[in-house]
Design a protein around this ligand. Structure first.
Ligand SMILES: [Zn+2]
Length: 485
């Protein structure tokens, strides 16, 4: 359901209901211990946020300002905005809205609310929420430093082995955090990429996203032959089992940090590392990814309709980039055999995030500023908060839904002037309105694979539930952003 391959899984794993209460404290513990290490996550330039100055100054009121330069942008590549520390929610400020009688769920249609002119106070509140999210990122970057160190050591170890994985790399080495989920500073997804010369792709269902893979019978690919199943298809299960064995050996060589490989869950081949600090545990999902230099499959032909927004040339450049496939069990398969792979576009998503303007200078230091990323972060945060409140009812939703709706919105409102920084409130409601529309229709096409509906008809009830929850928030000026559990 998501780009990187692991996040959806994580979403389903979800937070246990009890965690929604205990989390604040746990996060605090994680934060202090991680910070104590002073690991400073050496951010690469690409993802560093140029935070609007206005945000930085309002932010200072909430918590002590930290080094802005090390602050990373969670929206840059599919990460999630970290939740703000609950205990410090601005209870005193705000909510004229909360004093008003709350509108019952779904009683007022969303479009009416959207047309309502946003008051200055409302806009200020959203901006405040956003700056709280911005502050939380420091914790993430510090945890990232530790993860970075462990994963680098691990990759060195894997590559030094004479084996099938000696060409493995971290996706986008150096800017890898942009591919991690960071709603919790202690949960990460890391894509480990294996280059493959050529693969035959066979669709395994009608989504156009899941494939069986057959490597070419070519001596260059002989390191893959041992991972073929009886039908000659590349088995993700076999590859992950082999990789798991190597990683289990390799973590023993890491002595400065306590790293263990989590026990395999029945039916899931995922590899999860557990990095122990005195008071915090960081969990890292390893996502096995194949990279192949060949044209994108036909299911993508009518996707990525970014012409009005980023232009025809950029679209073609993107489509000339490698194809990535992540080991991912297709849940629709009656007898799961661990041999299905799913297309991943997180490298393109990251590129679109980092270069998101219809003009080249959007959000550059000398260019006009927009609120696109701000809107995305707010909706991610909203979904996250709602999921904490209703983990069971919302378990099928993950940040990839929000991100997909975001890209569609960018195409629908393609100009930088449509996302003027000062119009945050209005833009957010516009984007939210589109997302609500998708939920009501149970129709959200994958941005790259239009035939693939991310809101399946089977999930209609949960779409309706989420839609009601969001409308309630919208009609009451987002009380959940200001709640202290
Ligand atoms: Zn911009």
């Amino acid at each position: 359901m998501d780009g990187a391959g692991g996040r959806g899984e994580r979403g389903r794993r979800g937070a246990p209901p009890a965690a929604s209460r205990g989390r604040g404290a746990a996060r605090g513990a994680a934060r202090s211990s991680v910070r104590g290490r002073g690991a400073g996550g050496s951010p690469d330039g690409a993802g560093t946020l140029r935070a609007p100055r206005r945000d930085a100054s309002t932010a200072r009121r909430g918590r002590p300002a930290r080094r802005a330069s090390a602050v990373r942008d969670p929206a840059a590549g599919g990460g999630e905005a970290p939740a703000a520390p609950r205990g410090r929610a601005p209870a005193g400020r705000a909510p004229a809205a909360q004093r008003r009688a709350e509108v019952p769920d779904g009683a007022v249609a969303a479009p009416a609310a959207i047309r309502r002119a946003p008051s200055a106070a409302g806009a200020l509140r959203l901006r405040e929420v956003l700056s709280r999210l911005t502050l939380g990122r420091q914790d993430v970057s510090e945890a990232s430093g530790l993860v970075n160190q462990v994963v680098s050591q691990l990759i060195q170890g894997i590559r030094s082995k004479d084996g099938s994985f000696d060409s493995i790399e971290r996706l986008g080495a150096g800017s890898y955090y942009e591919h991690v989920k960071i709603s919790e500073p202690n949960e990460f997804d890391i894509m480990l990429v294996m280059p493959v010369t050529r693969l035959q792709l066979d669709e395994c269902d009608d989504t156009g996203a899941y494939y069986y893979l057959t490597p070419k019978r070519n001596p260059k690919e002989k390191h893959l032959f041992k991972f073929l199943d009886e039908d000659g298809k590349l088995s993700a299960l076999k590859m992950l089992q082999a990789l798991r064995q190597i990683i289990k050996q390799e973590v023993k060589n890491i002595t400065n940090v306590e790293v263990t490989v989590k026990r395999k869950k029945p039916g899931s081949p995922a590899i999860t590392l557990q990095i122990k600090n005195p008071s915090a545990e960081i969990s890292v999902d390893i996502i096995l990814t194949l990279e192949v230099q060949q044209s994108w499959p036909p299911s993508t032909q009518d996707g990525l309709k970014i012409e009005p927004w980023l232009g025809r040339k950029v679209r073609q450049e993107f489509r000339n980039k490698s194809l990535y496939l992540v080991a991912k069990q297709n849940k629709k398969e009656k007898v799961p055999r661990g041999n299905t792979w799913r297309l991943s576009f997180s490298h393109i998503e990251k590129a679109m995030m980092n270069n998101h303007g219809s003009s080249k200078t959007c959000c550059e230091s000398d260019g006009p500023k927009c609120c696109r990323k701000g809107c995305l972060k707010l909706l991610k945060y909203l979904l996250e908060q709602l999921k904490m409140k209703h983990p069971k009812q919302l378990e099928t939703f993950c940040s990839y839904h929000v991100k997909t709706a975001f890209f569609h919105s960018c195409v629908m409102w393609p100009n930088d002037t449509d996302w003027h920084l000062g119009d945050l409130d209005h833009c957010f409601q516009k984007y939210l309105g589109y997302f609500l529309d998708c939920l009501q229709k149970s129709q959200l096409p994958h941005f790259f694979i239009p035939q693939y509906n991310l809101l399946s008809v089977e999930d209609k009830a949960s779409s309706a539930f989420l839609s009601r929850q969001i409308k309630h928030q919208l009609n009451n000026r987002f009380p959940i952003f200001h709640e202290i559990p």
